[in-house]
Design a protein around this ligand. Structure first.
Ligand code: NAD
Ligand code: ZN
Length: 351
């Protein structure tokens, strides 16, 4: 679990004080990895840089890759004689995951791709803090960092991945585009449904999942004020992440990984594209999803898989079916009796 968290509008301004106690000395900088959507914006000017701290703007147009993590680690090692005091990630799931991975790879040898999997990291990462600017993924609280590698899209899941500090300032999510707000918010909603309907469910996951689901319904179905909506979605994301920490996601995520790997379809929208066709597995969840979609007038793109050939379908299916824990959670140990390549191809063809 994340050991330290602050919450509240304007709490971003506590960052300087929080980092001060973590500074090793004046030559060990903090590296701020920031979504380039904030370049030239007020938030960048509020980043508490002192001594030789470095600010690196990074585009979130593509989801994080292992090669990108390796390049950032090399740059930081070249720029400084010693390890930084820490890494601070400011942005959505993309920047949060990149920051977690860089913090790990600054102390572990080789390429980030060697650590994609479960508990392969042997040395503790350096201090890292996460500051979400869009709500839904739960990346701020999870023990994984999802990376696209040369062979697979898979997280570095480890006890050293989790942030040491998280700062939840709902004001930072103010400028998010409406569609992106919906897609990333639905990531949280789908986390809740997949966790609560899964066979791995337990009291820990259920307690967080139910609260997150309740908050998602308020945000996406009620008429909250903008401020209330931002506050609640930020906490929904946190609770949704906590819920899957002790269980797993399910069918939509497994199939969305296939879309992401082959076509570069991003996580939030990829989950929505799959989830809309999963009535068979999550009937109530899909019905409520469609209500939310209608209320916010969100039309999902169509024809994404229209021109794919058999080999491409096979690639997506093989990536999706490789996500064994997700299928086990969704459908139990005998999931292979229910899920066949033909069945997955039929769903992909609808997208
Ligand atoms: P994102 O970080 O990819 O950002 C989506 C878009 O929103 C980008 O264009 C970004 O620039 C923009 N944006 C972010 N904050 C903004 C703001 N305040 N104002 C204006 N624009 C803003 O989006 P995401 O959905 O949060 O993250 C997706 C990533 O998270 C994927 O890479 C996925 O694999 C990962 N993920 C990780 C976990 C985990 O547990 N580690 C869980 C789910 C998803
Ligand atoms: Zn997700």
């Amino acid at each position: 679990m994340v050991p330290r968290v602050v919450f509240g509008n304007g709490c971003f301004d506590q960052l300087g004080d929080i980092l001060l106690s973590q500074r090793k000395h004046s030559d060990a900088p903090f590296i701020f990895l920031v979504d380039d959507v904030f370049e030239g914006k007020e938030l960048s000017a509020r980043i508490p840089r002192i001594f030789n701290d470095q600010l690196i703007f990074i585009s979130a147009d593509q989801e994080p890759r292992t090669s990108q993590v390796d390049a950032l680690v090399e740059k930081i090692k070249n720029d400084f004689d010693e390890l930084p005091s820490g890494i601070v990630g400011i942005g959505g799931g993309t920047l949060l995951d990149l920051s977690k991975a860089v913090a790990i790879m600054l102390t572990n040898n080789g390429s980030a791709s060697q650590y994609q999997g479960w508990d392969l990291v042997s040395k503790p990462s350096i201090y890292h803090a996460g500051i979400p600017t869009i709500s839904g993924t739960g990346a701020e609280v999870s023990r994984t960092t999802v990376l696209l590698g040369p062979e697979k899209k898979l997280g570095i899941n480890s006890d050293f991945t989790t942030f040491d500090q998280v700062l939840l300032d709902p004001d930072l999510t103010e400028g998010v585009d409406k569609k992106q707000w919906f897609y990333t918010g639905m990531d949280c909603y789908i986390h809740c449904i997949e966790s609560l309907k899964g066979t791995y469910l337990n009291a820990f996951s259920q307690s967080y999942g139910e609260k997150a689901l309740e908050l998602c319904k308020e945000v996406f179905l009620d008429d909250l004020s903008a401020e209330e909506s931002r506050d609640k979605l930020m906490m929904a994301s946190w609770h949704g992440g906590m819920s899957i920490a002790y269980s797993q996601v399910g069918v939509a995520h497994a199939m969305s990984y296939g879309l992401g790997f082959l076509l570069g379809v991003r996580h939030g929208i990829g989950n929505c594209l799959v989830f809309q066709h999963l009535e068979e597995f999550y009937p109530e969840g899909v019905a409520v999803f469609k209500k939310m979609q209608q209320k916010h007038n969100i039309k999902l793109p169509t024809g994404i898989c229209a021109n794919l050939d058999e080999t491409e379908f096979e690639t997506m299916i093989s990536v999706a079916m490789g996500m064994v824990p997700l299928w086990e959670n969704a459908l139990g140990k005998e999931w292979r009796n229910i899920i066949t390549p033909e069945k997955l191809e039929a769903i992909y063809r609808k997208i």
